[in-house]
Design a binder for this molecule. Structure first.
Ligand code: ADP
Ligand code: MG
Length: 459
């Protein structure tokens, strides 16, 4: 029966989820509505119970197995991550997994298990949409994951929130585990690194700690900016880093900014981080956002086959939600859930209604710098002249227009605007703004210019 249910699950969760999380499960017994499975690691028990319990129960029931919840037993792990010598296997206590929340899944970890964080099964290369802003980071991640002749060590990925750093790191880990299951891959956040370190200090287990971290083949530390300013953690990180590099082990690091820009990070660590390949994930552009939305919408449409979906909705979202991909995904998920709940077609109107708060929050914010650039372009003068000291009318007037638009379209105060115009006084800015307000009334050319500029600024 489990074999048949597995086939169904393959369809329900997709190939990569299936390979990572369902395939390794074995159903050992079913008693009083509890289906008991064996799993190779405690991470997996946690992950499966948190993410796949419902779908497994559903398909078991559909196949006639009277299951209401699942239990997991951790047994010997044949894979690299947490390999336990034969004969030294815990008998495997049955653990209650569903419907208890994940925190209550009390899975005992074995000493040799790597203290990493679980990987999100959805964060694969297959699910990563590549566009101009992330193509370099993606290519570098792929290269490292494939372990080709050129290896970048360390690979340092950086970029703003929600641009895919964690996704790419998990994808690397998945790929390496698949290609080379014998390699010990350890992924964790810098925060978790610190936590483990402090715990080891407290429990007087530094020797174990060092041994574990220095015995991995691939070390991945996410959000490394977290350890900035934490002196002893940095110290330990530095030694771990050096020990691994000396052994030619791959290191992959992410942060929210470039190594040189992380405040309170020791210089020797900065320079270490810079000596491999440093690549950044740029803010998304319209095409990438649309591509991501199309990919995700495809999945939702399979999940809600009866929903009607109007043209133009994805384009609208890609245009309007520019902050980060996580927000974009959340918006789409909410939209589908809402539409299916009220059983209405997903139209532009429904989208605006359902996502009003998100749309409002991500309303485009124009910056003074953008305004200056557009104004300079419009009047065919140099940006440096807008900011500079020249007083000739052909430059002073556009400068005043830029000041006026800055006051109108941004929330900057007069002194703040003045500072961005080469350190001018706030009274100068006020004068400029008033001048344009007055002139516009009689000067229709000027009024047209301003209208055009507003449009060009998308405001
Ligand atoms: P970061 O770690 O940079 O803050 P994440 O990797 O957590 O960002 O990404 C946030 C969310 O956006 C995740 O759900 C991730 O799957 C998704 N995401 C980001 N970039 C992409 C992409 N290029 N293709 C598909 N999904 C993406
Ligand atoms: Mg992240």
């Amino acid at each position: 029966t489990w074999g048949r249910v597995k086939e169904q699950l393959l369809e329900a969760v997709g190939r990569s989820n299936f390979a990572n999380w369902i395939e390794p499960l074995e159903m050992v017994e079913i008693e009083e509505g509890v289906a008991v499975f064996t799993v190779p690691t405690s991470f997996m028990a946690n992950w499966v119970s948190r993410n796949f319990s419902d779908v497994i129960v559903k398909h078991l029931v559909a196949a006639g197995v009277p299951a209401t919840r699942l239990d997991f037993k951790v047994v010997a792990n044949r894979r690299a991550n947490g390999a336990v010598p034969a004969g030294n296997q815990p008998k495997g206590d049955a653990m209650s997994a569903t419907p208890a929340p994940a925190a209550e899944v009390n899975v005992e970890t074995k000493p040799e298990e790597l203290p990493g964080a679980p990987l999100d099964a959805r964060f694969t290369f297959d699910n990563f949409v590549v566009g101009k802003p992330n193509e370099l980071a993606h290519a570098a991640a792929r290269r490292v994951a494939e372990g080709g002749p050129v290896t970048f060590n360390p690979l340092f990925l950086y970029g703003g929130v929600g641009l895919g750093k964690t996704h790419l790191m998990h994808a690397i880990a998945h790929e390496i585990r698949e290609r080379s299951p014998e390699l010990r891959v350890l992924y964790l956040s810098a925060e978790q690194f610190m936590y483990r370190f402090v715990q080891a200090l407290r429990d007087r287990q530094m020797i174990d700690f060092k041994q574990i971290f220095r015995s991995v083949d691939v070390l991945m530390v996410d959000d490394v900016q977290f350890i900035a300013g934490k002196d002893s953690t940095q110290e330990e990180f530095f030694h771990t880093f050096n020990a691994l590099v000396d052994q030619n082990k791959q290191i992959i690091i992410s942060a929210d900014r470039a190594p040189g820009e992380i405040k309170d990070l020791e210089d020797r660590i900065k320079s270490r981080l810079q000596c491999g390949l440093v690549v950044d994930l740029h803010p998304t552009d319209y095409e990438l956002r649309l591509g991501i939305l199309q990919t995700k919408a495809e999945a939702y449409r399979a999940q809600y086959p009866d929903l009607q979906f109007a043209d133009g909705v994805l384009e609208f979202l890609a245009h309007r939600i520019t902050t980060n991909v996580r927000v974009l995904e959340g918006a789409l998920m909410r939209l589908f859930a809402f539409a299916s709940l009220v059983d209405r077609e997903i139209t532009l109107e429904l989208t605006q209604e359902c996502l009003a708060d998100i749309l409002k929050a991500s309303d485009r914010k124009v910056t003074v710098e953008e305004i200056q650039r557009k104004v300079a372009e419009h009047y065919s003068i140099r940006l440096s002249d807008i900011i500079g000291p020249k007083r000739v009318r052909s430059i002073a007037r556009p400068r005043q227009v830029a000041m006026y638009l800055s006051k109108q379209l941004t929330s900057r105060s007069l002194p703040e605007i003045g500072r961005r115009f080469g350190g001018r006084d706030h009274t100068t800015v006020m004068h400029g703004v008033r001048r344009i307000e007055d002139l516009q009334i009689q000067d229709s050319q000027l009024a047209d210019d301003i209208e055009l500029l507003r449009h060009a600024l998308d405001a």
